[in-house]
Design a protein around this ligand. Structure first.
Ligand code: HAM
Length: 437
């Protein structure tokens, strides 16, 4: 009986996994430069954490959560996103008593029961940041800049940045009333889900993927036109900072971003190299979320990048640098006599930071060389009884086929030199190597 990975999930095989590691490594490097520290939260939370934050009437909560009861009868949910768990942890660990803002980053899998398609999965990876404690528009601009700079650092050039402001408690009620009235006037043209959204949460009308609904919403009143003085000034400041930094953006008034917790700034970056699922990252401000979890009034802002979509975009833009996945040295052992020495040699090579391996499949010498060629080693060292006796080994450059004779006891140093690995001090121990074990 053979099994496939569950629908909407994929196995990330070494070639792609290596690319992901590279993308993650670059992200962590840059997030740290901007002052962010790592946080790891559980992959599942009490369901209430997501109901409270993402919002009852969102698609995520209504249709997409992996919710289950554990053996203790608790309702738990696999995290569909990373912001709510981080804020839950911020409150749980009284991080408001730390110097503010608290800047955190995370990477890991998220889970949404969505209809799988290219760029949309049921388990997908995110890399995200959250800056908690400041309402300074400069930090909004910094978060946006960080996301853009990260994309540039991994070679993406063709990006579009959309920004919007969602207003706040002061201006929302007036706007929501207007939006509701507009939706009521157009009720007949809206799908059944949207008709329900009119009463539940009219902002969610902007999330609908139905063409007819999108057409109606195109002419709907937009929150950005109803911002109060403070929100407007905040948004203008964010724009001013972006302008100063030379960051190009498009204001997209319908960018409400599928999650209920946003206030003020929202943003999203899309790549032309992806199909329908073209958002490679998005985020925004959430000035009410800490309070929602029982903490003191505390503003916050953050974003998350989708690793799969990013990886596809970088690949399609031809921006992946060739990642060196070749091993350094294969130790070919033509006869059993030299195997112990070969194993010692392998340890010495590895201690010196030289990636190396030998045959564990009982292959003939010819078979070993074929394997070394296929697997991709830079050098092959021949170590048989003859070499043990003479104390000289042959090192073959697998690309040029050039051969070099090296005294066995100098082999590690010589290979370190050839491969440009400084400071190798390990010595081969054992018979015939000149070093006592
Ligand atoms: P989000 O827009 O729901 O925001 O997700 C962020 C990114 O995750 C998307 O732009 C996309 O690249 C990726 N993504 C989302 N769903 C899927 C999926 N089903 N398959 C593949 N990739 C996906 C958030 O999650 C917020 N927590 C971001 C945030 C942080 N806001 C404030 N702080």
């Amino acid at each position: 009986m053979q099994f496939k990975a569950p629908k909407g999930t994929t196995d990330i095989l070494p070639d792609v996994a290596r690319r992901w590691q590279y993308l993650e490594h670059k992200a962590i490097e840059l997030f740290s430069i901007y002052g962010y520290e790592p946080i790891v939260t559980p992959m599942f939370e009490h369901t209430e954490v997501f109901l409270r934050s993402i919002g009852i009437s969102t698609d995520i909560v209504q249709k997409e959560m992996y919710t289950f009861a554990d053996k203790g009868g608790r309702s738990l949910t696999l995290r569909p996103e990373g912001t709510a768990p981080v804020i839950r942890a911020y409150v749980d660990h009284n991080m408001n008593q730390l110097p503010q803002p608290v800047k955190l980053y995370y990477t890991g899998p998220m889970f949404r029961y969505e209809r799988p398609q290219a760029g949309r999965y049921r388990q997908f990876w995110q890399m995200g940041i959250e800056a908690i404690g400041s309402d300074d528009p400069a930090i909004d601009a910094e978060a946006i800049l960080l996301m853009i700079n990260y994309f540039k650092s991994v070679g993406l050039k063709e990006l579009t940045l959309y920004i919007n402001s969602m207003g706040c408690d002061e201006d929302r009620p007036v706007y929501i009333r207007l939006l509701k009235d507009y939706a009521e006037e157009n009720r007949e043209k809206l799908c059944r889900d949207c008709q329900k959204r009119i009463d539940l949460n009219p902002l969610r009308l902007f999330d609908c993927k139905e063409e007819s609904c999108q057409l109606v919403m195109k002419d709907a009143p937009k929150i950005i036109d109803y911002l109060d003085k403070e929100c407007k000034a905040h948004f203008n400041k964010v724009r001013q900072y972006l302008d100063t930094q030379g960051i190009a953006y498009i204001i997209k008034p319908e960018l409400v971003r599928g999650l209920d917790y946003y206030t003020k700034t929202t943003f999203e970056v899309v790549s032309p190299f992806l199909g329908a699922q073209n958002a490679i990252g998005g985020g925004g401000r959430y000035n009410k979320l800490v309070e929602e979890f029982g903490g003191p009034p505390t503003p916050g802002i953050g974003f998350a990048i989708g690793t799969e979509r990013l990886s596809i975009a970088v690949e399609r833009e031809g921006a992946f640098l060739s990642i060196d996945n070749k091993m350094d040295v294969f130790v070919a052992v033509p006869d059993e006599a030299a195997r112990s020495t070969a194993i010692n040699l392998l340890s010495a090579l590895r201690e010196a930071g030289i990636s190396s391996d030998l045959d564990y499949m009982g292959r003939s010498l010819k078979g070993q060389l074929k394997y070394a060629d296929k697997r991709g080693f830079k050098y092959t060292v021949f170590l048989g009884s003859r070499e043990l006796e003479s104390g000289e080994v042959v090192v073959k450059n697998m690309e040029t086929s050039e051969q070099l004779e090296v005294p066995l006891k100098e082999l590690v140093d010589k290979l370190s030199e050839i491969l440009g690995r400084p400071g190798a001090v390990a010595r081969v121990k054992g018979p015939g190597t000149g070093v006592q074990g």
